[in-house]
Design a protein around this ligand. Sequence first.
Ligand SMILES: *Cc1c(COP(=O)(O)O)cnc(C)c1O
Length: 367
Amino acid sequence: MATLADARIDIARIPHPAPVPSATRMQAIADPGFGKVFTDHMVSIDWVEELGWHNAVLGPREPISLDPAAAVLHYAQEIFEGLKAYKLADGTMALFRPEKNAKRFNESARRLAMPALPEDAFVEAVRVLSLADRDWFPEVEGGSLYLRPFMFASEPFLGVRPAKQYKFLVIASPAGNYFKSGAPAVSIWVSRDYTRAAPGGTGAAKCGGNYAASLVPQAEAIERGHDQVVFLDAAEKKWIEELGGMNLFFVFDDGTMITPPLGGTILPGITRDSLLMLAREEGLTVREERYSLEQWRDDATSGKLVETFACGTAAVVTPVGRVAGHDGEFTIGSGGPGQMTSRLREKLVAIQRGTAPDPHDWVMRLD
Ligand SMILES: *Cc1c(COP(=O)(O)O)cnc(C)c1O
């Protein structure tokens, strides 16, 4: 059987015998929300120790059958990525920095003792799926085709060691605007009893296990009337780390910004990285520096801190208006979206949508 050499990726195509009828599809993508509508196709690539990556196929999206002893079901050897296919102003389909996702995927793979996937294969898989399902692109404001590449251990084995068999899949989901523009800022809850990531743990890897562990604190946030949970560092329970799935930026009255430094416990967001570059190019000072909850509260109260925003692929840039914890709450700025938040969001979205120049070649055109 042909295996995937690093340089050449051949994805076989299995025609879909019965794609979703056009009228049903149009109805499904009229108001897709997030993560609940799925397209006709998926890409699948297998890995076994003897062959490496092989059997790359673009075919109908369908249920997969797993042995009940599959390692992922017992020891959670699983990683994923999240990126979007956009439609540029001229109708071209495009991806945003997909090679960064490919690279991060392999960093996650290394942490979870999984095989690396050639970056070209990752990008090619995402590209062919985006094109195969381009009719699923939702023509709504802020619409995109959300792509979810993931890999899991499929070997039936209950011993504890890295599996010898894996499956890589990419599925796609039409998505609307995560938070409609002009939506009020989110309110966040500071978790005291739970942390997301400890030094030496898996905080920098995009693995399902991190999310499983965040569900109880996230539910606590919702129960208390907030939208999202913010985690403190596990060692001192003092420093702000990030939300369950978004990085944070703090904006001060002198125009400078802070974002918590990557150090193994924070997910290295591609949105975070892009905003850092855009802000610095504008001549803004952004420090990657630890920032404590106490300082955050003091600075918000004194007016030194004027904005806080969260960022990630799904919601792009989201203002934080209110912060609450076991010992009280505070408001940030006016409690609504701030100027810097809106400006950076617009700048990034303009590059992603092809309405502004793209000096770093971040946008990969697919047509
Ligand atoms: C994916 C993710 C982010 C955001 O990363 P982007 O590359 O910007 O989408 C932030 N934090 C966590 C925990 C994540 O899983």
